[in-house]
Design a protein around this ligand. Structure first.
Ligand SMILES: Nc1ncnc2c1ncn2[C@@H]1O[C@H](COP(=O)(O)OP(=O)(O)OP(=O)(O)O)[C@@H](O)[C@H]1O
Ligand SMILES: [Mg+2]
Length: 498
């Protein structure tokens, strides 16, 4: 049997830190193989070796039987490997079509792929994906979901033999996901091989033939999909026989007798957000359910001073406020864990502890000087509470795995004196076992009387953490439900208005 890719006894260290230890990983033609493991297990590092981003400390890589050692990303690409990285790699200032064909302008016969061909090719790919974006749109103007789609289309259009996808669906709508799964099916029929990294186990059973599971830099094993169940995967990932996830809420701290910590009265922004009424009480967790694109984040942007409302009133602790910036929101004791961690939540080039203390830096200042030890102590506390996998809080955030970066965003708000905290898709990229760590922070805030707004596209999560659930559709709140014996189906019915 010929392997398309074969990795033998791969080791990788960053300085003294061992990240991969003796990994054997192989893939045959036409196989769709899931690569699974907890946050920080080493998945992205392994595929970055295939992509020529990192080189292994020791071990060998074979492509179609021939030994390879890629010098850089371009080298890997020219060997027929196409990768969608976890961190999107589009150039924000270029248009969609420019991004799609970046780096292969020379593919055409005359040295350059002709413009007309590029647009024709683009149209063809869009049709394949049932996707409709003007090719002239500058990428920075697209939502993260759309950018992710462009990234996927770009990777697939390279016509590679091996396509690797590192958490490709984190921002996609269900329709877009379905589109991707169909494409994967078609690629497979064409004899392409695919490595698929995800934390959403339903996707594994939907598209993969087999799965390799990693734990702490080692390979636990490779399995045919028929041998696996969700519970077995979780157990293999964590090494824990009993790593069941709770599925219902078992605490209630909402105080409906006091003035709401937050109230929206008929809040609008043009046609985007329309006439929204909302109340969040002390210690209450309000879940916002809705489709991707239902404008939940747009509502939050008005509360947080990122956008300006054009109508209605926002009250904090019963008083009308006019919040014009995130700084003012923080001054009103409102915290925010944004969906877009790379642009809004973190400074990747800074140390973990600097990021962790960024929103409450005055706490660590005395006589104008920052107390670095206190900052470090605070950051270490967050690391412990959230089980963040790092070697030291003085590491740069960009060195962390995707899921662990997300946890740093959450850790910033721990121990803050808040009245309200907003979680926008906080479990994106978080492994199934570690989700509980995030949920525990919600419980902690709630038990201290802090109101919580929780946004997630995963309705099971919304049911798991909320006291009350509001359904948002097309920029407006369409209904509100006590979270008592609600099922995913109940909420779906409201979302789709059936
Ligand atoms: N450039 C680097 N320098 C130091 N450590 C690194 C670097 N890149 C990755 N690591 C470490 O290697 C480990 C594995 O990270 P990796 O990104 O491969 O995890 P992952 O399995 O992809 O996790 P996730 O599911 O969170 O994306 C992590 O502990 C991470 O901090
Ligand atoms: Mg990763």
């Amino acid at each position: 049997m010929e392997y398309i890719l074969e990795m033998k006894d791969i080791h990788k260290s960053f300085g003294p830190v061992k990240v991969l230890e003796g990994i054997d990983f192989s893939l045959i033609q036409g196989e769709v193989r899931a690569l699974l493991g907890a946050n920080g297990a080493g998945k992205s590092t392994l595929i970055k070796i295939v992509g020529g981003v990192h080189s292994q400390t020791s071990g060998e890589v074979f492509l179609k039987g021939g030994k390879v050692a890629f010098k850089n990303e371009h080298d890997s690409k020219s060997h027929g490997i196409s990768i969608i990285y976890q961190e999107l790699s589009l150039v924000p200032a270029l248009t969609v079509v420019q991004n799609m064909f970046l780096g292969r302008e020379s593919a055409g016969a005359g040295g350059f792929l002709r413009k007309k061909e590029m647009y024709r090719e683009y149209e063809r790919i869009c049709k394949d994906f049932d996707f409709d974006i003007d090719p002239h749109t500058v990428v920075s103007r697209l939502s993260i979901a759309k950018q992710q789609m462009v990234e996927i289309m770009k990777a697939v259009s390279w016509n590679a033999d091996l396509v690797i996808m590192d958490e490709p669906t984190t921002s996609l709508t269900n329709n877009e996901k379905e589109g991707l799964f169909q494409i994967i099916g078609r690629l497979k029929e064409m004899g392409k091989s695919i490595i698929y990294i995800t934390h959403i186990l339903e996707e594994v059973f939907r598209v993969c033939d087999s799965a390799s599971i990693m734990r702490n830099g080692k390979l636990v094993g490779s399995y045919d999909i028929e041998e696996l169940t969700k519970a077995k995967i979780t157990q293999l990932m964590t090494g824990n026989a009993d790593s069941r996830i709770k599925d219902s809420k078992d605490y209630h701290y909402a105080d409906y007798t006091a003035v709401p910590v937050l109230e929206l009265k008929g809040v609008s922004r043009g046609n985007v957000v329309r006439d929204v009424d909302m109340k969040v009480y002390k210690g209450e967790v309000v879940g916002l359910a809705g489709l991707v694109g239902s404008k939940r984040t747009e509502i939050i942007n008005l509360i947080y001073g990122i956008d300006r409302k054009t109508g209605g009133e926002i009250l904090v602790n019963g008083k009308a406020v006019d919040i014009r910036s995130p700084q003012q929101a923080i001054a009103h004791r409102i915290g925010y864990i944004p969906e877009d961690r790379k642009n809004l939540g973190l400074i990747l080039d800074q140390e973990i502890y600097k990021n962790a203390t960024a929103v409450q830096v005055s706490r660590f200042r005395k006589h104008g000087l920052l107390n670095r030890n206190q900052e470090i102590h605070f950051a270490e506390d967050g690391v412990k509470k959230l089980g963040i996998k790092i070697s030291s809080v003085t590491q740069k955030v960009k060195e962390l795995s995707g899921g662990n970066q997300q946890k740093v965003v959450v850790s910033k708000w721990l121990g803050q004196d808040l009245d309200l905290i907003i979680y926008d898709e906080p479990t994106k990229g978080i492994d199934i076992a570690a989700k509980e760590d995030i949920f525990r922070t919600i419980q902690d805030f709630s038990s201290q009387g802090i109101g919580v707004i929780f946004i997630s596209s995963d309705l099971e999560e919304v049911i798991r953490v909320s006291d009350r659930i509001m359904v948002i559709r097309d920029g407006t709140a369409v209904c509100e439900m006590e979270n008592r014996d609600l099922t995913v189906q109940d909420i779906m019915n409201k979302i789709f208005n059936v």
